[in-house]
Each structure stands twice: as structure tokens, then as C-alpha cells.
Design a protein around this ligand. Sequence first.
Ligand code: 5GP
Length: 190
Amino acid sequence: MKKQANKGTLVIFSGPSGSGKDTVLSKVLERDPSLKLSVSFTTRARRADEIDGVHYHFLTQEQFRFKLSQGLVLEYAEYGGSFYGTPKGPVDEMLAAGQTVILKIEVQGAARVRKVYPDALAIFLMPPSPEVLEKRLRARRTDAEEQIQTRLAIAREEIRRQDEYRFCVVNDDLERAADDVLNILHDSAC
Ligand code: 5GP
């Protein structure tokens, strides 16, 4: 893979809510601890099992807008009524240090990142079927019915945009999906 001016590799990892991005990525990071995952800003409410600074940097709308105004956000998008954005500084630093940095982001933000980093490696994680996706979203028991419906509608739109990605991995088996992602990352590295 041709790298951008800096030394590292930027990886965009998208997939609809419920496709299993978190589970697959934790497997991937466990198998290759040299990979770095960017921790995003979000204005969405923290879920009970989430830790501020680990899963996200949880911000108020005002704090988020301030980060934007200071040019501290690489990309951002609105999703289900909340804002999500990638902190620019840490990503630039990790890339400058030659690391492989994974952005776990939705499709609008991914399109923006590709404009700035045309060589970014873009991977789309597909759920095995729409039924499985819905089952996974419901099994979480964290979201209200209205939020589940919003996420399902966004998921359908995201799946329509999967051909914007260079690679597509189907998450019908966790171990195999993690293997596929690792193979893509290792095969694409210089
Ligand atoms: P969730 O609320 O389920 O944690 O995330 C909702 C969606 O926002 C997911 O598709 C997730 O990948 C995406 N997301 C998380 N962080 C970012 C970010 O920094 N930028 C963008 N564009 N999307 C993000």
C-alpha cells in the first residue's frame, strides 16, 4: 500500500450499528497489540458499561463545538441526533510515529477522511443478515425502541454505501472476521 506523507497507516473501519465492530476490533487488537484505536469525541449519553476516555471522550454539545472551532477535530458527523468526531492531534501523532491507527467511524465521516487521506485503508464490516443485525441491536438492551428504529434506518443506508470501501468483511464468525481484518492490515502494510 502507498502511504501518505507521514509514516503510519490510517485505517477506516465502518459498519452499521450492530454489525459487531467493537467485538471484532477487540479481537483484532488483542491479536495485534501494535495497532492503535482512535478514541472519538461524542455528545451521546454514556452507556453504563462505557468509560470516559476509554470508549469515548464524552462531551457536551458546547464542548464539542469548541473542539470544532479550535480545529481539533479531523472529521465529524451527526448520527442519531448526537455528534461524533475524531480527535486530530492524537491521530496525527500516532501516524507520525509510524503506527497503524484505526478509526471506528460511520460512513459520512469515512467519506470525509478519504478526501483528506486518499490512501486510507477502508474496511466495511457487514452483518451476516438484516435479521441478525436487528437481533444484535435489540440484545444490547441499552437503546429505546425509537433509537433502535433510527439505528436500523441508518444501517440500511450504510449498507447501501458499502461499495465506497476497498474491503468488505462479513461478520458471520467472529474469529474468521478478525482473521480477515488482520490479513487485510498485514497484507496492505509496506
Ligand atoms: P455508537 O453510538 O453505537 O457508539 O456509535 C454510533 C456510530 O458512530 C457508529 O457507527 C460508530 O462507528 C460511529 N462513530 C464513532 N465515533 C465516530 C467518530 O469519531 N466519527 C464518526 N464519523 N463516526 C463515529
